[in-house]
Design a protein around this ligand. Structure first.
Ligand SMILES: Cc1ncc(COP(=O)(O)O)c(C=O)c1O
Length: 401
């Protein structure tokens, strides 16, 4: 570890709660697909700031929106009208099924709002529906309600009692989902691709199957697109290739390209339950974050970025296939994902591979113990993909014999 990075690591352990286990480099700045540490070393960012920097770091259009808005007003609360927030809601509702938006600051808050809305909607219809059906392996956030919906029991440890009435069934199992629904079910919540547990796409027909089950049962369907939304898997929203539409969709991560913002989107017939006073967020939809998110959407939808990204995603997919073939099944158990969200499932824990890549100038992350997750910016070039995968392949070959 170089001098400045070592000093940062020392200072961090003295003053921060130990819930994070950061890699021992302090990232000081970023530009496009590269970031630079405190000692000036350059890294290729194949994790896109944990699936946030969809347009790369310090994208000029988002930076211009941020600095322009920073010279006007930063925050005045939701007690006043705010044009960036309204403009963002107008853009989002044009781009998907939704008619209304509620803005917050993170993915967990967006899902918290979605789950609360599902209960409140049932309450307003005088239905005794409060249960939530979620899936094993799901990740929906760390607030108590979203943690309860998260389907990895290790994350619950020591935080109980969890929210009442939240159930899990195996991801992809329509029969199990159907059996668990009842006249007490308020909503089903599902990720179109389970990101955190290892990039597991919903099996074909699963999302539409859930739509049919929800319609038959009379409960709401929530798609958590916090990780998959805003172009990450190919289309603007991952569910758009499934033919199924949710009643509520949540977004965060890439929406502000790294500036904290979350969104819960829904139809007016459902959103009408959030009457004044029912739900709120001090910073939600603040002008700075909303202006950035508008710039992100404009750049993605009018600048040809999605179209170009589709081609680089094909190159990424082909290159991963070839890499897995060369490394063989003793090292690579599976490769999954689409667009710019991929997992390489290794036959051993991924930690050493991740560290070796970083030491060789490439940043990647895990998703579950033995998966390497790639979530590079959509603006990454074929050459940068080749550069990153060469390092990854060498790291896997060196660490797994
Ligand atoms: C699908 C999904 N939902 C919710 C969250 C929680 O988002 P946040 O960390 O912004 O609260 C995440 C974060 O990884 C996620 O991947």
């Amino acid at each position: 570890m170089d001098k400045k990075n070592r000093e940062m690591a020392h200072r961090m352990t003295a003053v921060l709660t130990p819930n994070y286990l950061p890699q021992p480099v302090s990232i000081e700045r970023g530009e496009g697909c590269y970031v630079y540490d405190a000692d000036g070393r350059r890294y290729l960012d194949l994790m896109g700031g944990i699936a946030t920097a969809v347009l790369g770091h310090c994208h000029p259009a988002v930076q211009a929106a941020l600095t322009h808005q920073a010279g006007k007003i930063w925050h005045i609360s939701n007690l006043f009208l705010s044009s960036p927030q309204i403009e963002l809601a107008e853009r989002l509702t044009t781009l998907c099924f939704a008619e209304q938006a509620f803005f917050c600051n993170s993915g967990a808050e967006a899902n918290e709002a979605a789950l609360k809305l599902a209960r409140r909607y049932a309450h307003d219809r005088e239905e005794k529906r409060f249960e939530i059906l979620a899936f094993d392996g799901a990740f929906h956030g760390r607030t108590l309600f979203t943690l309860s919906a998260t389907g990895t029991p290790a994350y619950w440890e020591g935080f109980g009692p969890l929210a009442e009435g939240v159930y899990h069934v195996p991801f992809g199992d329509l029969a199990a989902a159907g059996q668990r629904l009842s006249d007490r079910t308020a909503a089903i919540i599902v990720e179109p691709v389970q990101g955190e547990s290892g990039v597991h796409p919903a099996p074909p027909g699963f999302l539409q199957g859930l739509r049919d089950l929800a319609d038959k049962n009379g409960c709401l369907l929530i798609f958590d697109e916090v990780q998959t939304g805003v172009g990450r898997t190919g289309p603007l929203f991952a569910h758009q290739t499934s033919g199924a539409e949710p009643d509520i969709m949540t977004l965060a991560k890439a929406l502000g390209n790294g500036i904290p913002i979350g969104a819960m989107l829904t139809r007016a017939s459902v959103g009408k339950s959030l009457v004044p006073g029912t739900h709120a967020s001090t910073f939600g939809g603040n002008p700075l974050a909303a202006a950035c998110a508008c710039a992100v959407l404009d750049t993605l939808t009018t600048g040809g970025v999605l179209e170009t990204a589709r081609k680089t995603a094909e190159h990424l997919g082909r290159s991963l296939e070839a890499m897995a073939h060369r490394l063989g099944p003793d090292r690579v158990a599976d490769i999954r994902g689409s667009g710019h969200l991929r997992a390489i499932e290794l036959t051993q824990p991924a930690t050493n591979v991740i560290h070796r890549c970083r030491e060789s100038g490439v940043l990647i992350i895990s998703a579950g113990a033995s998966n390497v997750r790639l979530a590079p910016p959509l603006i990454i070039s074929n050459e940068q993909i080749d550069e990153g995968l060469a390092v990854l392949e060498a790291a896997i070959a060196a660490e797994i014999s």
